[in-house]
Ligand binder design. Structure first.
Ligand SMILES: [Cu+2]
Length: 123
């Protein structure tokens, strides 16, 4: 429980810096946080603008998890490494307009509920 709280603080601190960075640079980077736990995924935002993005996967659970993300109709699957409880991983990618499926590839976690959909609108 303490590790989860720490992860939340780290994650919030990471997100809090974003507006300043985005305001200074010419390129706006979209940020989405995916919270994973036994057994669900929760997105900080369900719809985002297309373009460069950082999808942050945070493991709030008690077991190791990972995150896969692929555009519906696409062929490339972006992958995080295995993320330990209380840790997080920033996945950098360029989001195209469309719908993206996110899921955990460990065992049967996807079937148990560790999945989500993200909608990307043209920016
Ligand atoms: Cu999992």
């Amino acid at each position: 429980m303490r590790r989860a709280a720490l992860a939340a603080l780290v994650a919030i601190a990471g997100l809090a810096v974003v507006p300043a960075e985005a305001a200074e640079g010419p390129i706006k980077i979209t940020r989405v946080q995916v919270s994973g736990k036994e057994f669900f995924y929760a997105l900080s935002r369900r719809t985002v603008a297309s373009g460069p993005a950082i999808v942050q996967f945070v493991n709030f659970g008690e077991d190791p998890h990972d995150m896969r993300i692929r555009r519906v109709g696409g062929t490339h699957t972006y992958k995080t490494p295995l993320v330990q409880p209380g840790a997080y991983f920033d996945l950098e990618l360029k989001l195209q307009p469309g719908r993206y499926k996110l899921w955990c590839s460990i065992a049967n976690h996807e079937a148990l509920g560790m999945k989500a959909m993200l909608t990307v609108r043209a920016s």
